[in-house]
Design a protein around this ligand. Sequence first.
Ligand SMILES: Nc1ncnc2c1ncn2[C@@H]1O[C@H](COP(=O)(O)OP(=O)(O)OP(=O)(O)O)[C@@H](O)[C@H]1O
Ligand SMILES: [Mg+2]
Length: 291
Amino acid sequence: MSDQAQALRNMILQQNKPSSNKGTRILTVASGKGGVGKSNFSLNFALSLQKLGQKVLIFDADIGMANLDVLMGVPAPYSLYHLFQGQRSIHDIIQLGPGGLHFIAGGSGFRELLHLTEEQLQHADREISKVQGEYDLILFDTGAGLSREAERFIRGSHESIIVTTPEPTSITDAYALVKMVSHSHPDAKFKLIVNRVLDQREGRQTAEKMDLAAQRFLNVQLPYAGAIMDDPHVGKAVRRQTPFSLAYPDCQASRDILATARSYLEIPHVGDSTRTVKGFFHQWLNRKRNL
Ligand SMILES: Nc1ncnc2c1ncn2[C@@H]1O[C@H](COP(=O)(O)OP(=O)(O)OP(=O)(O)O)[C@@H](O)[C@H]1O
Ligand SMILES: [Mg+2]
């Protein structure tokens, strides 16, 4: 990218101001079983929230298997790795995706983050502090499975959206994830999304069953946050490398995700002022360094 183009890009990114002054909300999207639609949900949920006036940054936290850039069809030359290495600023590594969506790519080389110098850490600290308050919401799309990595992201977030499909294997794995996290982190807040439903009733029934089991056996609330229909437009959009809500804005999945985003914004979210973007990364990095 030429210096001029880079300067222009940075200017656009820095003009970013949140729609409210409630502080940046940190949200993690996770699942038990893989391939249930987390990345497609995260991307299109972020775009829908943006459509509703929110400033959103989406972060590919599927480290090593990152693919948000592939779903968006946007090459991602920089990732968090470049920031921590001290080579780039936070605004350099935030890329502009389709629909003007701001995103940070996953990338590789994260093992090397275990050996950062004090100077590199200070650079990262300064840079990360800059995004605090620039966004209404930062959304982390995590990798599949009951990984310690996903658990770490959940632990640092204000809340987590657990994605499941109505299939029993997906439900039991989602339940196992909630059980694992709530065991070590009883204050974790969850919401449930049921993806690939045949109709809305199937979504509600799946969510009710899970919420009842979580309340009874884990003493955890698992409030229903919406269902997305199984829709062939999703697969078509993935092949076109365009988010489905942009490629097919009127398809059922796009309408469902917009409705989900709308109801998400209608629920008052009690802020936790002790959680900051910088604190989130500190926690994540410290744990990594202690591995
Ligand atoms: N609502 C839907 N309707 C139809 N197909 C869907 C839907 N959601 C997801 N899919 C299909 O499932 C595939 C996997 O989706 P996605 O990559 O978002 O899952 P994931 O949970 O992020 O996977 P991983 O665990 O590997 O990160 C998509 O490529 C798409 O074909
Ligand atoms: Mg994914």
